[in-house]
Design a protein around this ligand. Structure first.
Ligand code: NAD
Length: 263
């Protein structure tokens, strides 16, 4: 379905990023993955992606560094072609209520989760515009972008900012044939939340019990929705939030400090 297309995924060594890379490879795209770790940490992932027949590339890149992100996008274009399926996915989360939050932790979180996503979207969209090529940008947001969680205020603020960035870019880029959307998961049983569940006995079951549909999301389900928004047959969906929180937003109180597994 995506043969001839090049996907680029930041935070691609994380649980959801890996699943997104697999999903694009499975659907025939070439896949470029970037993350903070040394290239040897990506060898297993790259081998698996190649087993799907995908052309692949890994770069060590810090998304907070806009020059590095621009260089990454250029290197991917030279090796695989200009990325047309763009997924700003890298993120971090810091626990702590607002009054106790360290300024450096606050700044770091916004730099990775918001600025980093902007750097990748901007670099890739500029190239697509210059090449007069269509494309898709899918931000990996969160239900925390609209539901306040008092234990992760910087994460919530960054994800809320990401949502407005998504909308501004969707409006700006629509005339260029670049559609921009957000997938907003609730509690995923992997990655940021998965590690917090692992570290806090009983929290996984407690979280599951709070979700109206009675289950947590798997990383692969998030990946399928990211790929779905990139479907070439989707030619009218832009500026949208695909909320996949199992109904959490329908029932969760507006302000929540209910534990340590809320990313
Ligand atoms: N896990 C969840 O429950 C959940 C829920 C909603 C949204 N999300 C979102 O899903 C996305 C992926 O998160 P995950 O759960 O897979 O977490 P994860 O920690 O497994 O993956 C995040 C990846 O981002 C990378 N990263 C961090 N800072 C970076 C930087 N400066 N430059 C480049 N890479 C960097 C990390 O090394 C890591 O590999 C994030 O945007 C997160 O906010 C996760």
């Amino acid at each position: 379905m995506y043969s001839g297309q090049v996907a680029i995924v930041s935070g691609g060594l994380g649980d959801i990023g890996r699943a997104i890379a697999f999903e694009f490879a499975r659907r025939g795209a070439s896949v470029a993955v970037g993350d903070l770790r040394e290239p040897k940490a990506a060898s297993g992932l790259l081998a698996e992606l190649e087993s799907h027949g995908a052309r692949v590339r890994y770069d060590r890149v810090d998304v907070t560094d806009s020059a590095a992100v621009n260089a990454w996008v250029s290197a991917v274009e030279a090796a695989l072609g200009a990325p047309s399926l763009v997924v700003p996915n890298a993120a971090v989360v810091t626990l702590g209520q607002a009054l106790e939050f360290e300024p450096a932790a606050w700044a770091r979180e916004l730099r990775v989760n918001l600025d980093g996503a902007f750097h990748l979207a901007q670099a890739a969209a500029r190239r697509l515009r210059d090449l007069k090529r269509a494309g898709r940008i899918v931000f990996v947001g969160s239900w925390a972008g609209h539901a306040p969680h008092t234990s992760i205020p910087a994460y919530c603020a960054a994800k809320a900012g990401l949502r407005m960035l998504m909308k501004c870019l969707a409006a700006e880029l629509a005339p260029h044939g670049i559609l921009v959307n957000e997938v907003a998961p609730g509690w995923v049983d992997a990655g940021l939340s998965g590690r917090l569940f692992d570290a806090n006995p009983g929290s996984r079951e407690a979280a599951r019990a709070r979700v109206p549909v009675g289950r947590l999301i798997e990383a692969a389900e998030v990946a399928r929705q990211v790929a779905h928004l990139c479907d070439p047959e989707n030619r009218h969906i832009t500026g949208s939030v695909l909320l996949m929180d199992g109904g959490l937003s329908l029932v969760a109180p507006a302000s929540s400090a209910r534990g340590k597994a809320e990313a």
